[in-house]
Ligand binder design. Structure first.
Ligand code: ATP
Length: 376
């Protein structure tokens, strides 16, 4: 039965040759029961260490881990009813697919009939029924990873942990396996935690995303919230492709009102957020999808460098006349070439506003929902 996972001030450090390396730093979060939660972030940010601590393969240096009400911090991996699938596929080469999937059940003493029933159920969900009597060497990489997923599935775990299970597969197999993993989630009554460094995978597959930064929690939220309400410049740049455009501005006072001044436009800045920030460098963030060649209240020129076609959309990489890198995603820019100048626009509503430390000060809708009279 699916259980929630609670991490309370979990800290993990490794010591070697007299130096201390902090892999996970004071991490607290509650992963909802039955959810599909992704741990995402750049290489070395602590994703695998966090997953291994949940599995019981690593012990936290400090802090507590609980599954529901049960404190599992010092519980051995085999007593957690947790299954884990690794990036490198570990199948027994001398056993058939059927024997590989059923091996864990055999060790547990599950009867032959029950084993076969569960193996066949797993094979149906994962679409490998035809492969059950084959040897691992006869399977493609994607099929082998399905077998590994099947071995986890048949154990009927409360918690299923997946550590970059698709990173060694080609793009087409990845796309297929993404669907299988989601099908697994629908079939299993388990909380699933999935590690990836690929933000697209995180955003498309999961209902909750944990974005880590250097061992610390940066944001934990549903995918849409990370995209629309990033808590920092780091989140807004990591989530979404291409990355959020950044425009340096400064807060200036004009006749008693405040504006964000930069790259040829002035954005009204409500006093409650900006009155005490006059002269401070502020960064505006705008997603490439929200820059429009056809509209927008604030317009500026972009000198085109490279144009890429992605299906029905075009990604234009260029720079503003002030020299800031600008990416634009639009379906109407197929005609532009290197060296062209295009005018694009945006609305305040779609902006993010970051302070000098990269923390979000406010979102675009908070820039527009104010009365000028309140600015004094
Ligand atoms: P990747 O995406 O590259 O797998 P990750 O986000 O999963 O990275 P971890 O593998 O959790 O990161 O590692 C976090 C940090 O802890 C890294 O700097 C890593 O070098 C360090 N680390 C992990 N395991 C050990 C270990 N056994 N001994 C020493 N340092 C370790």
């Amino acid at each position: 039965m699916a259980r929630p996972i609670h991490l309370e001030s979990v800290h993990k450090e490794y010591r070697s040759a007299g130096t201390v390396h902090v892999a996970v730093d004071d991490l607290s979060l509650s992963i909802p029961e039955g959810s599909f939660t992704t741990l995402v972030g750049p290489s070395g940010c602590g994703k695998t260490t966090t997953l291994r601590m949940i599995a019981g393969l690593e012990t936290p240096t400090e802090g507590r881990i609980a599954f529901g009400e049960q404190d599992v911090t010092d519980l051995s991996p085999q007593d957690r009813n947790c299954a884990m699938v690794f990036q490198s596929i570990a199948l027994y080469p001398h056993m058939t697919v059927r024997q590989n999937i059923g091996y864990g059940l055999k060790v547990q003493g599950v009867s032959h009939e029950e084993r076969d029933r569960r193996i066949e159920e797993a094979a149906t969900v994962l679409q490998i029924s035809e492969q059950l009597e084959k040897m691992p060497a006869e399977l493609s990489g994607g099929q082998q990873q399905r077998v590994a997923l099947g071995s986890a599935f048949v154990q009927d775990p409360d918690i299923l942990l997946l550590d970059e299970p698709m990173s060694d597969l080609d793009a087409q197999l990845k796309a297929e396996l993404r669907v299988e993993v989601q099908r697994l989630h629908q079939e299993l009554d388990a909380t699933m935690v999935y590690v990836t460094h690929d933000q697209t995978e995180a955003m498309t597959m999961s209902d909750h995303v944990v974005l880590l930064n250097n061992g610390q929690l940066e944001q934990f939220a549903p995918p849409g919230e990370l995209f629309d309400r990033p808590v920092s410049k780091y989140v807004s740049r990591f989530i979404g492709t291409p990355s959020t455009n950044l425009v340096p501005t400064t807060v200036v006072e004009h006749d008693g009102s405040y504006v964000l001044d930069g790259d040829g436009f002035e954005i009204p800045a409500p006093a409650d957020h900006f009155a005490n920030r006059i002269g401070e460098p502020i960064t505006l963030g705008i997603r490439p999808q929200y820059l429009s060649p056809d509209g927008g209240k604030h317009r500026f020129t972009v000198i085109v460098d490279v144009v890429e076609q992605l299906g029905t959309e075009f990604v234009v990489h260029g720079r503003s006349t002030a020299g800031n890198n600008v990416d634009v995603v639009s379906s109407t820019l197929g005609h532009v070439n290197h060296g062209d100048e295009i005018v694009v626009g945006f609305d305040e509503d779609d902006l993010f506003v970051f302070d000098n430390d990269g923390k979000t000060i406010c979102y675009g809708d908070e820039l527009t929902n104010h009365s000028p009279k309140q600015q004094r």
